[in-house]
Design a protein. Structure first.
Length: 273
């Protein structure tokens, strides 16, 4: 992993995510963070009715550059080994982040989210789930007020289905290759479901992640989101990794259950595609 993309609207939500991203970069040896600011424009027309693109774009662009510099300064001293870049854009948030991610070859997008579905101050926070749904690289969602203390354990939530066809695990390996010392694969058991050591999907997962020495944990599911959150806290998980799917146990990251998980979990969520 070489580059983190950090979209910001200069809010406290995105500042908290930026502080987390900087700490993560230092901890895992990620050499670059790219800050991106989406700015809104107010159309300006000439007396003849022609759109004045310079008057429309440039003042907002200049404010965006000034805002980015102030925002980065507010984060305090940045370690010398971390390179910082800045980008601005006036296209839609989703399109702008996707475009910049391609330009800078981002390996990870880090974004904040504010709890309870209330986004009074944060444009980025209110669009986080939408962006995570559409962008194709891993997205790390940082809940409000969550601070980086350590990054030693990742838990991967698996539905034990079509494991061999799941290319999204490459994004997870990217994290694990940075020296994560504890890796758990967690599965919520359906009613009367039994998982033995010879379960085909378990064996496939074991082979796929063999070099990371995964441990397997199971829990009978009664209340989907609550069961996951309980396990995260009980197991001292630092990051919970999820793969959005259209069907099956995980279903989709954007249904009501997993929205609740993103809003209320105090552990960052790594969304893999």
């Amino acid at each position: 992993m070489k580059t983190i993309l950090l979209p910001t609207d200069f809010s406290e939500t995105s500042k908290n995510a930026a502080e987390y991203a900087l700490g993560l970069a230092s901890l895992l040896g990620i050499p670059k963070i790219v800050f991106y600011h989406y700015f809104q424009t107010h159309l300006v027309y000439t007396p003849s009715g022609v759109l004045d693109e310079e008057a429309t774009i440039e003042p907002n662009r200049n404010k965006s550059i000034e805002g980015l510099n102030d925002f980065i300064d507010s984060l305090g001293p940045i370690p010398a080994e971390i390179e910082v870049e800045m980008y601005q854009g006036a296209s839609s948030i989703d399109e702008g982040i996707t475009e910049v991610a391609k330009i800078v070859s981002a390996d990870l997008v880090v974004m904040g989210i504010k709890g309870g579905g209330i986004f009074k101050e944060s444009i980025i926070g209110s669009h986080t789930l939408s962006i995570a749904r559409h962008i194709t690289i891993p997205v790390l969602i940082i809940p409000a007020m969550t601070k980086l203390k350590k990054c030693e354990k990742i838990t991967f939530l698996s539905d034990f289905k079509n494991v061999e066809n799941n290319r999204s695990v490459e994004g997870l390996r990217t994290f694990l290759d940075h020296g994560i010392v504890k890796f758990t694969i967690f599965h919520l058991l359906k009613h009367n479901e039994k998982i033995g050591n010879d379960h085909p999907e378990k064996l496939k997962l074991d082979r796929m992640f063999k070099k990371y020495n995964p441990t397997f944990e199971y829990k009978e599911s009664h209340h989907y989101t609550d069961d996951i959150i309980d396990f995260v806290f009980e197991s001292n998980t630092d990051i919970l990794a999820l793969v959005p799917k259209e069907h099956g146990l995980i279903e989709t990251i954007f249904n009501d259950h997993t929205k609740k998980l993103a809003f209320h979990s105090k552990v960052p969520l790594l969304i893999l595609h």
